[in-house]
Design a protein around this ligand. Structure first.
Ligand SMILES: Nc1nc2c(ncn2[C@@H]2O[C@H](COP(=O)(O)OP(=O)(O)OP(=O)(O)O)[C@@H](O)[C@H]2O)c(=O)[nH]1
Ligand SMILES: [Mg+2]
Length: 405
């Protein structure tokens, strides 16, 4: 846990776990006695808990260091996009303001006013920001390490919270250095900046700190990715999951991580969507206005950045018309999910066999046998799996184009 220098005294806010062993045992016995119908209440409770869990990330630092711009970058937005946190060259953020992810509303970034601004002295700032409500802090600093940076780090540590130290606008530093000496060694200079911040944090009493050098304008470069990986490693259970699902799609690797998480949820949606009919030819028929099914597919769309708003932003980033971007992917699952798209999907999915082994890997092994015998569950499971695979493949194509991977 390198970035959280306060590892000895981290007081995690309650994080629900996905399923405890106890809950799994109950699921198993409920399944054995009453089949899929019998486990719906417990699954419903879990899904509600999942939807209700919030992750609150506070972004703090001196005025003008790029806090609002960083929040926008984390939400896959540019400063000029609709819904972006206000940024600018004059002091802009005066109250703690919450910005949720544009489509996954339980991941929240708190844009705190800059410390050292006219309205807040350092001491007042630290008491007024209601530090307790946040899961973790990101301290943003620019150019030289400041007294306020040390004060913030110490105070957050004292409150027993986790923090990550970010040195932003690193692209600006490199531009200045290039101006002064065109043949400078970029890696060496970055190392110098990093170790200077580390030394000063150690001096402020922070044990083994990590410093991330980032540019919110060039997310593919520098330590933006490492910062997210570190955050992900430190978060637990459901908070880890919702954090990953809300990451900006900067690489195929991130898309795959999202797929892994969503794939593990399919069986819950399949359990809840139930209620299949039997067609005249005794084939299973799928009702195309199944709300749970549609909601699950929309959730996949949003998590994978394939909802209309995300696609528009990605198209802008790639400098292409959105229609052109959409045309590169084949899936019928973009835009509004229509009954027709679901019917098509179910034809394809129905003929797919899922082996017991695949099933056991994707589902918890103790639940496999009972679920396999339920044809309604199995059909829903297959349809959702097909939808997720289809959307993941599309998301990978879109990311490759938008990030020119
Ligand atoms: N080149 C470059 N400019 C940045 C970066 N991050 C922010 N900026 C610019 O720096 C200026 C200040 O950014 P903001 O995001 O408004 O900073 P802030 O910390 O929210 O400012 P206050 O709310 O006033 O405390 C804006 O003009 C941004 O465009 C970066 O990573 N690289
Ligand atoms: Mg701001």
């Amino acid at each position: 846990m390198g970035g959280s220098s306060s590892s000895e005294q981290v007081a995690e806010t309650e994080t629900p776990s996905f399923f405890t062993q106890e809950e799994l045992s109950k699921l198993k016995s409920d399944l054995e006695t009453g089949g899929v119908e019998n486990v719906k209440p417990l699954i419903e409770k879990k899904v509600t808990e999942l939807n209700k869990t919030e992750l609150n990330i506070a972004v703090t630092g001196e005025t003008g260091t790029g806090k609002s711009t960083f929040i926008n970058a984390m939400r896959g937005l540019r400063n000029s996009d609709d819904g972006a946190a206000k940024s600018g060259t004059t002091e802009t953020t005066m109250e703690p303001t919450v910005y949720s992810h544009p489509s996954l509303l339980n991941v929240c970034y708190w844009d705190l006013p800059g410390i050292g601004s006219t309205r807040f002295t350092a001491a007042k700032y630290l008491t007024e920001m209601k530090f307790k409500r946040y899961d973790l802090f990101i301290i943003i600093s620019v150019s030289r390490f400041k007294e306020n940076d040390a004060k913030l780090a110490k105070e957050i540590k004292r409150l027993g919270k986790r923090f990550y130290f970010v040195r932003s606008k690193i692209d600006v530093d490199l531009d200045s250095m290039r101006e002064e000496n065109p043949s400078f060694n970029e890696e060496e200079e970055l190392d110098k900046i990093r170790s200077d911040c580390v030394q000063k944090l150690i001096k402020a009493g922070i044990l083994s700190p990590t410093v991330f050098l980032i540019s919110s304008f060039k997310k593919e470069k520098f330590d933006f990715n490492q910062l997210n990986e570190e955050l992900e490693r430190d978060l637990k259970n459901v908070k880890k999951m919702i954090f990953v699902l809300a990451l900006p799609n900067l690489s195929v690797k991130i898309v795959q991580q999202k797929y892994e998480i969503l794939n593990k949820h399919i069986w819950m949606f399949a359990t809840l969507s139930g209620g299949l009919g039997t067609g005249p030819d005794s084939s299973i028929s799928l009702s195309s206005d199944n709300d749970v099914l549609i909601d699950a597919i929309v959730h996949f769309q949003k998590s994978l950045g394939l909802d209309d708003a995300s696609l528009r932003r990605l198209a802008r980033k790639a400098g292409k018309p959105v229609e052109e971007l959409k045309a590169t992917v084949q899936t019928p699952l973009l835009g509004k999910i229509t009954p027709d798209a679901i019917t098509k999907l179910s034809y394809g999915a129905a003929v797919v066999a899922i082996s017991a082994l695949e099933f056991a890997v994707e589902l918890n092994p103790i639940l496999v046998s009972t679920f396999r015998e339920d044809s309604s569950f199995l059909m829903m499971y297959k349809v959702l799996r097909a939808a997720l695979k289809d959307l993941t493949a599309s998301a990978e194509i879109v990311v490759k184009i938008a990030c020119k991977e």
